[in-house]
Design a protein around this ligand. Structure first.
Ligand SMILES: NC(=O)c1ccc[n+]([C@@H]2O[C@H](COP(=O)([O-])OP(=O)(O)OC[C@H]3O[C@@H](n4cnc5c(N)ncnc54)[C@H](OP(=O)(O)O)[C@@H]3O)[C@@H](O)[C@H]2O)c1
Length: 264
């Protein structure tokens, strides 16, 4: 019997396998993975020393906790043919966007947990939202522990999963765009791409860590670096004038709306 099964070895499936094995939360020999594409299974076996199979049924039959990491369109195709093997004592962790716990429970009897990670989970720095159905507290702690190997974990009511998608699910793309702007600003001022890129990336990383480690509200940290008549306050005025914060709030709202629509 394996501890963990992963069905779907694409971007998210690999992030999960990598996170679990790299953090040593689970021994690689306690993980079994499957994918419709045998080459992807082979790659996971080679890279992470996990067990691999082309049979989703084998994964379900032989694992206590099963991560479902296929695209929403493939959910029914994947689960329906093997639904009887998802017995009541098994735990299913679904990362599939837009498919509710209730919808999954209409097909299988196992305990279902819904998770919304983002791509930095690939390097163990994901932002992960989780919603539980009624679950034994010990199992719940175990799931938290597993998910922490992928990044920071926040529990939310399932009704807020679309907002999570709009914020942290799509969020890395907003940050990439911001980093691109910083780099281009630096290049405009005469820096090379390499110089500008290193400074821009570290600025975003450092600022994010400062917020996290001090626990201060971002506006407090912002005020601390805005000296009277200095460069920063002039730049902040320009960002307000161009509507940066407004644009970001609208981006989160738009992505949330889109997520709601896609899940209907
Ligand atoms: N990527 C993200 O940033 C992100 C963030 C949050 C949540 N998610 C969720 O994570 C899930 C996976 O996303 P992804 O980006 O990892 O997609 P992906 O890269 O396409 O991975 C899905 C994998 O599942 C395989 N597959 C399809 N049907 C299957 C079946 N019946 N049995 C076994 N494997 C099957 C696919 O093979 P083929 O390619 O051959 O079809 C593919 O290798 C999605 O539901 C998505 O909503 C993704």
């Amino acid at each position: 019997m394996f501890k963990i099964g992963v069905i779907g070895c694409g971007n998210m499936g690999e992030a999960i396998i990598r996170g679990l094995t790299k953090s040593k939360t689970v021994k690689s020999t306690d993980i079994i993975v499957s994918d419709i594409d045998p080459d992807k299974v082979e790659l996971m076996v080679e890279k992470y020393n996990v067990a691999g199979t082309s049979s989703n049924r084998r994964v379900v039959e032989n694992s206590e906790i099963i991560f479902l990491a296929v695209k929403p369109k493939d959910f029914l195709k994947t689960v329906e043919p093997i639904k009887d093997f998802f017995t009541e004592e098994k735990v299913v962790i679904s990362v599939i966007a837009g498919i509710s716990i209730q919808k999954i429970k209409e097909v299988i009897k196992s305990i279902v947990i819904r998770v919304m990670p983002n791509t930095p989970a690939l390097i163990g720095e994901g932002a992960i939202a989780v919603s539980f159905e009624d679950i034994d507290p010990i199992k719940r702690e175990e799931i938290f522990h597993l998910l922490k190997s992928l990044g920071s974990v926040v529990e939310v009511d399932e009704s807020l999963m679309d907002t999570v998608t709009g914020l942290s699910g799509s969020g890395p793309a907003y940050v990439f765009m911001f980093i691109e702007g910083l780099i281009q600003g630096g290049i405009k001022g005469g820096l090379s791409y390499k110089q500008a890129s290193e400074l821009a990336v570290q600025t975003v990383l450092g600022a994010a860590k400062l917020v996290k480690e001090t626990g201060e509200h971002p506006s407090v940290l912002r005020d601390k670096v805005s000296s009277p008549a200095g460069t920063t306050i002039y730049a902040l005025h320009k960002l307000e004038e161009k509507g940066l914060k407004d644009a970001v709030i609208s981006a989160v709202e738009e992505a949330t709306k889109r997520s709601k629509k896609l899940s209907q």
